[in-house]
Design a protein around this ligand. Sequence first.
Ligand SMILES: Nc1ncnc2c1ncn2[C@@H]1O[C@H](COP(=O)(O)OP(=O)(O)OP(=O)(O)O)[C@@H](O)[C@H]1O
Length: 441
Amino acid sequence: MPIDAVTSGATVLMPEAAATEFLHSLSKPAHVLVAVSGGSDSTGLLIALAERLKSHPHKDITLSAATIDHGLRAAAADEAREVAAFCASRGIPHFVRRWEGEKPETGIMAAAREARYGLLADLASDISADVIVTAHTLDDQRETMAMRSARRGQGGHGTGIADAVLFDRRIWIVRPFLACRRADIRTFLGRHGLSWFDDPSNEDIKYERVRTRRDLQAEPMAGVPVDIGADRAALSERAAAWLDDWVTIHAQASCVIDRAGLSADRAAVAYALSYLAAVFGGKAYAPGHVQMERVLEFVNSASPGRRTAGGVVFDLRRDGLYLMRESRNIAPLRLLPGEKGIWDGRFEISNSGNAPVRIVAAGTENMIIFPATMPKGVVLRARAAMPLAVTEGEAKAAAVTVVPYLAPFDRFLTRFDLTFANRLSAAFGREAYMRLPLSVL
Ligand SMILES: Nc1ncnc2c1ncn2[C@@H]1O[C@H](COP(=O)(O)OP(=O)(O)OP(=O)(O)O)[C@@H](O)[C@H]1O
C-alpha cells in the first residue's frame, strides 16, 4: 500500500495514490459510477480516477458520473448542469437524477440520503454499472466516529464509515477516498486548476456534523485507526461460527440459542445477539448499548424469565434462549395488485393477486411449521407476530409471496458484517449477498 504520510494512528493517502489503489483492487471488467455532487471531494475523486485511467489506460474499466438533484436548494439544478458540462468537457458520460416525491418535514438529511442511494442504484442498474463510488474522506470518518461515540448507548456504535457498503442487496458502494484528507484533495484540484461548489448546508450549525467538524478543527488529524473494519470483520467471522454452533431459526419468526452457547465467546455473543435482536425486531439498527448490556446481563443469569428490548422478546428457558418479535405495535401494510412492500421490517411481501391486500399480524394458522419440541408459549407468541394476508373486499385468499427481510443488512450492509450476514441469510433460507467487487484491498 503506497503510504504518503502517516500521522499517529492514521494512515493518510494522497488522492492519486488512493485512486490508483482502488482501480488496482477492482474486479475487472468494471463500469464505475462516480457519485459527484460538485463539491471538492467528489470532483477530486472523479478527476483522480479519470487522470489515472488517462495515464494508464485500462480497457476493462469505464467511468460514468452521476449527480442527484435533491430538489432542496434552488441552485442545485444549475450545479448539476455545471457538473454535466464539466464531465462533457472531459468526455465522461454524466447523468442527472432528480428526487421527486414528497419531502418529509423532519429528518430531511436522512431521507435525502436514502433517496440519493436509491436513485444512484436505479441508475447503476439502467446503465449496467458494477459499482458506485462516493468520496467520503478521512475528515468525514473522524466526524462520524466522534458523533457515533458521543451517541453510544442510544443505539450508536463506535465503528466509523465502512469503506464498502452493499446497498439494498443490489450494488456495492465503495469509498476510495476514506484515507484521504479534504485539504489534500483541494490541493490536488488546485494543481489541476479546478474549482468546486461549496454546499451552504456544510456551514449550517443546526446540523450535528457541522458542529462536530468545527470541534474537530482544533485537533490534529490523528486517532483514526488504519483498519477500523478489521476487528469488526474478525468478530463477524467468530459470530458466524457461533451462529452455526448454537442457533436454530424456526419458521423465519423465532430462533433458539442453546444455553451452552450463551456462555461461549462473549464478544461474539454480544455481536450476534444485537443483530438477531435487530432482525427479529425488524430494525435497521441493534438496540442501544445500554439496552443490550441489560439483555446480556439477563441472559447470563441462571434464572429463566422474559425481557423485551427493541420490540423483541428474549425468553430464557432451561434449554435455551428464545427470541421472537413482540406482538405489539405492528403496523398493517396495504398492497395494491403488483405492489411489493416491507412489512414490520421483517418480511418482504409482494401482492401477486388482482385485488388489494392488507397484511396484519394475526399469525399463521399452521402450527406445523414450528417443531413439536418448541415450547407452546414460544410458538403462540411467535405466531401472533407472523404475517397474515387478507384480501380486501373479496372472500378469496390473498395471493402473496412472503420473503424474510433482514433489516440490519438488506438495506445497508457494511463489508465488516458480510460473513455473519451471509450465514444468517442462509439460515433464513435467503440467497447470499452479492460479492464485493474488490479483489485486493
Ligand atoms: N447530490 C449528490 N449527487 C451525487 N453524489 C452525491 C451527492 N451528494 C453526495 N454525494 C456523494 O456522497 C458523498 C458524501 O457526501 P456527503 O458527505 O454530503 O453525504 P452524507 O450524507 O454526509 O454521507 P452519507 O451518504 O454517508 O450519509 C459525496 O462525496 C459524493 O460522492
